[in-house]
Design a protein around this ligand. Structure first.
Ligand SMILES: C[S@@+](CC[C@H](N)C(=O)[O-])C[C@H]1O[C@@H](n2cnc3c(N)ncnc32)[C@H](O)[C@@H]1O
Length: 284
């Protein structure tokens, strides 16, 4: 029902507004996501195959799709995996905040309907498909070593992130990029004992820095890679090699500001870019 309504209300555009929490995280991270796609595209070859774990209403999915469409003439496919069901623990829900609203959007099916609506607006040379279920159940069903990029932005609880990283690693081919969102602090930057005591919580304040962060993401990334990873405003990315992972360095890569960013956000991003001597020359 709401998919029909969404088509009527927004026939020609995706929608991330209202209180849908459609625009999650820091927008500047999307530029680094497009840099990652540009660096894969620079190698040439056939259609890219990418996976996104945790899609919500499709904001990041559209960024991946647009970057593939723009930078890689052969286009590609994006496989989105999400439960589109309530997933926060009772302790997090009790904090109120964004948790209750997201829970409602998930349990009523609106988050899923928004995702389906929004991902209609992808470039012609990109296909988006999706699996609705827990990533730990879906990832083992996908083909080992067949993907160019796996992006992890599902549950941020430690055990889930650990499963997603290990599952994503299995699916990635050599040279592929394993990446994710919401690495606000790395293990060497936070109070590790406090982080270890907080892995059952989504988002907490680090007593060492006073910054809020996702302890599950911080600790799971550290456990898998065994040290610091390349990170750009919370977006982390590593390249799979024959001997393990190496930092992702976006040398020579280009970025784009996605079309689905509203005008005010585009403006803010372009101002940030103009002031950054590293980013400014890379505009695609
Ligand atoms: C932070 S949101 C994703 C935001 C999205 N990447 C974006 O930037 O637009 C996290 C998503 O992970 C999903 N999720 C939570 N636990 C999951 C699990 N175990 N497996 C798959 N998806 C999960 C939630 O339903 C939610 O849509």
């Amino acid at each position: 029902m709401s998919q029909i309504l969404l088509r009527q209300l927004f026939p020609d555009e995706p929608t991330f507004g209202g209180t849908t929490h459609g625009m999650q995280g820091s927008a500047i991270r999307h530029l680094f996501m497009t840099l990652a796609v540009s660096s894969l595209a620079a190698r040439g070859g056939g259609p890219l195959r990418m996976i996104e774990i945790g899609s919500w209403t499709g904001f990041s999915a559209l960024t991946w799709a647009q970057a593939m469409g723009a930078f890689h003439p052969a286009g590609g496919s994006l496989t989105c995996i999400d439960v589109w069901q309530p997933y926060f623990t009772g302790a997090d829900l009790a904090k109120g905040d964004i948790y209750g609203t997201m829970d409602d959007l998930a349990s009523t099916g609106l988050a899923y309907d928004l995702f389906v609506h929004n991902t209609r607006f992808v470039p012609k040379n990109v296909r988006v498909d999706h699996f609705r279920g827990r990533s730990r159940d879906i990832l083992p069903l996908l083909q080992e070593g067949a993907f160019d990029l796996v992006y992890i932005d599902g549950s941020h609880y430690f055990d889930d992130v650990g499963h997603d990283i290990a599952g994503g690693d299995r699916l990635l081919r050599e040279g592929g990029i394993l990446c994710g969102d919401d690495l606000n602090l790395q293990a060497h930057e936070c109070d590790l004992d406090h982080a270890a005591r907080s892995i059952e919580e989504n988002y907490v304040e680090d007593p060492r820095t006073g910054q809020h962060f996702h302890p599950g993401v911080t600790l799971a990334v550290d456990r898998f890679f065994g040290g610091p990873v390349s990170a750009f405003s919370g977006f982390w990315a590593m390249v799979k090699g024959a001997q393990g992972y190496r930092p992702f360095v976006p040398a020579g890569a280009q970025f784009l500001v996605p079309d689905h960013f509203p005008a005010w956000l585009r403006q803010t991003i372009l101002q940030t870019v103009a002031a950054d001597p590293d980013l400014a020359p890379r505009a695609g």
